[in-house]
Design a protein around this ligand. Structure first.
Ligand code: ZN
Length: 201
């Protein structure tokens, strides 16, 4: 993907995440792959609602910074997911309110409450708590690298996708499911036979 185009797309999605209340203040970090060895990522400490395309930081998969700016301190797990999944084009991490509420309670997302949850998210693991920015956190996330979406205990959520739009859609759906789960209490999930059918869709 062309770097200039990628920078403007990533800025657009950061603004969308912010406007949709999926992330607040400087929280979260988002990345987009350019090719096998390079990606761009949001800079550290900036509000996602006002990031400009030229502020995104270019890096390679070894962790070397190739442009101006300081990358997000969570670059480690973005790289881990890119390296494990050649098909992953984008990683989004943020702190949506309902996802974070479940993550603080240590309660897993029950994605099989609706067909959309099954199709868009699949099984959503809960990553244990590790200090933000630590190698331990990146390693724990790498262990679940085949998941489309994850919750991080007492912290927030992560999605990945084959395009920036796909990882955004998964984050929006994840927050919808978390909110739904809070509203429906102990309502049961779809039957196993139906989940099987949906996974083939
Ligand atoms: Zn975070």
């Amino acid at each position: 993907m062309n770097e200039r185009f990628a920078r403007s797309k990533l800025a657009e999605v950061c603004k969308l995440l912010y406007d949709r209340n999926l992330t607040v203040s400087a929280g979260g970090n988002m990345s987009l792959r350019l090719n096998d060895d390079e990606f761009i990522i949001t800079p550290t400490g900036r509000n996602k609602g006002s990031l400009r395309p030229d502020e995104m930081v270019l890096m390679n998969m070894k962790g070397k910074v190739l442009s101006d700016g300081r990358p997000s301190m969570e670059k480690g797990f973005h790289m881990a997911l890119f390296r494990s999944n050649p098909d992953t084009a984008s990683v989004i991490h943020c702190h949506p309110l309902y996802c974070t509420a479940l993550a603080v309670r240590g309660e897993r997302i029950r994605s099989a409450l609706t067909p959309e949850g099954v199709i868009l998210l699949g099984d959503v693991p809960m990553i244990g708590y590790f200090t933000p920015g630590s190698k331990k956190l990146a390693d724990a996330i790498a262990e679940h690298s085949s998941s489309k979406a994850m919750l991080m205990e007492r912290h927030g959520a992560i999605t990945q996708g084959g395009s920036l739009e796909e990882s955004f859609n998964r984050m929006e759906e994840l927050e919808f499911q978390a909110r739904l789960q809070m509203l429906v209490g102990d309502a049961g999930e779809l039957p196993a036979s139906e989940i099987k059918k949906l996974l083939k869709v």
